[in-house]
Design a binder for this molecule. Structure first.
Ligand code: SAH
Ligand code: SF4
Ligand code: F3S
Length: 441
């Protein structure tokens, strides 16, 4: 019987991507098969996130629960990867000595070797380097599940926003060779993938040769991918307003495959807070950028990330954030309370907004964003949307599920399972709190 692998993933889509690739890799090297049940696993991997304190806390709680499985099955191996592993290194072993493998976001390709050593060696294997040779050179061609896939195009971040651990945990920006990315996209479209989401912490720093500045490399990559047969929708995430140059804005006017939805984190609507965050742009520059994008792509939907309660944030600063939400008309977005993180510059600032205030601001902002999203959903009723059919509806097996360009789930009745993986026209007939209902039009 083949060996069983259980992987749990915290954090962002980059971690999701990495986990899938580790699964592919261990399948090739050791014949591992994925199991949804940790109790029957021979190897358990936890891919961790360190973006906020809460995310980090989850790691040791989770490991504590798995320790009991190891008491029952001494042959079970446990590995910890991702951003907490990168940040903590051997401290993971000090706090959880039963862990066998520690690997970082840039050493996922070495997991098979680390696993092999753990079978013969009782000392834990730790490898959290940022090797110069990229991990991508060692990864097999990706398996695909469904019509939509992630393709990682770059690693790391050099922006050093003052609150953020990512440059510390993922290292500096490294871009993959454009030909390798296009090859991966081709291999996915050959397997039936219709929608690609280009991934990176800061994709507009994507660099192909000298084409680095302000999104030029990404703009070229999007143009060339759009020519690949079978690829009908292109997304990218996450981009940074500071590096969103005009060439990238222009792509919205040139490439219809690029979706009319953009996630462009702004974090705050106050210039003094943006400065303290070292976001390298002002509120006015952000608004100007959005205006130029809307000029090329009228009706584009926009979402964002926000941090409330950053050190020094006054009521006035917060109101500027609320105003910006109205001014831009953001759709469904993410918002978080500021959380001080190891090694970041913002640790030097006094975390002076009380927890109570942070909670209050978060709830005010979230209800505003939810309200906006509901208004947008209701406005979609009566319109025809081109949707990618992603699978069977979670609630009703007699229905299929599709996604609109602005990432909403639409459930619709059909008996034709062969629509999965296809684009179809749906008329939106009802807006529910978390999804839409459509009929084939
Ligand atoms: N690379 C992306 C996002 C990285 S992390 C970007 O630059 O936009 C995702 C989101 O987590 C951030 O956009 C930010 O809103 C939030 N975040 C990051 N560090 C945080 C911290 N210390 N406290 C609270 N939220 C944080
Ligand atoms: Fe973090 Fe800023 Fe880099 Fe985004 S751009 S990953 S928020 S440092
Ligand atoms: Fe978390 Fe690391 Fe992603 S900190 S958000 S898993 S880059």
């Amino acid at each position: 019987m083949g060996k069983k692998l259980f992987i749990k993933t915290h954090g962002c889509q980059m971690n999701e991507y990495d986990s899938n690739r580790v699964g592919d890799l261990l399948g090739e090297s050791h014949g591992f098969e994925i199991t949804p049940n940790p109790e029957e696993a021979d190897l358990i991997l936890l891919n961790t996130c360190s973006i906020r304190e809460k995310a980090q806390e989850k790691v040791f709680h989770q490991l504590g629960r798995w320790r009991k499985l190891k008491d029952k099955n001494p042959d079970l191996k446990i590995g910890v990867g991702g951003c907490v592993a990168s940040q903590e290194g051997k401290n993971i072993i000090s706090r959880a000595p039963f862990v066998d493998i520690v690997f970082g976001p840039q050493t996922i390709h070495r997991v098979p070797d680390l696993y092999q050593s753990s079978l013969v060696n009782c000392n834990p294997g730790i490898d959290i380097e940022f090797p110069k040779t990229e991990k991508f050179d060692y990864l097999p061609s990706p398996s695909s599940k469904g019509p939509s896939a992630f393709v990682s195009i770059m690693e790391g971040c050099n922006k050093y926003c003052t609150y953020c651990v990512v440059p510390h945990t993922r290292g500096h920006e490294i871009s993959r060779a454009k030909e390798d990315i296009l090859e991966e996209v081709r291999s996915l479209t050959d397997k039936g993938v219709r929608e690609i989401n280009f991934l990176g912490q800061n994709v507009n720093a994507y660099r192909d040769g000298k084409d680095r500045t302000k999104g030029v490399g990404l703009a070229n990559l999007i143009r060339e991918s759009a020519d690949i047969k079978g690829l009908e929708r292109i997304r990218f995430t996450t981009s940074h307003p500071f590096e969103f140059g005009q060439e990238l804005v222009d792509v919205y006017g040139e490439v219809p495959e690029l979706v009319s939805h953009l996630h462009l984190p702004v974090q705050s609507g106050s210039n003094s807070i943006l400065k303290m965050m070292r976001r390298r742009h002002t509120r006015e520059e952000y608004i100007d950028l959005i205006t130029r994008i809307k000029d090329k792509r009228p009706g584009i939907s926009l979402s964002s990330d926000f941090i409330v309660g950053f050190p020094g944030e006054t009521e006035k600063d917060f109101i500027l954030t609320l105003d910006l939400v109205d001014e831009i008309g953001f759709d469904e977005s993410y918002s978080f309370m500021y959380s001080p993180r190891p090694n970041t510059t913002a640790l030097e600032f006094e975390d002076d907004v009380s927890l109570e205030k942070k909670k209050e601001r978060l709830s005010t902002l979230q209800s505003k964003l939810k309200n906006n999203a509901n208004i947008i959903s209701r406005r979609m009723v009566g319109t025809a949307e081109i949707c990618l059919v992603t699978g069977v509806s979670k609630k009703d097996p007699g229905q299929l599920q599709a996604r609109t360009e602005n990432n909403r789930v639409v459930n619709f009745n059909t008996s034709s399972q062969s629509l999965i993986g296809e684009f179809i026209n749906l008329e939106i007939v009802e807006a529910l709190p978390n999804s839409l209902r459509g009929v084939i039009s």
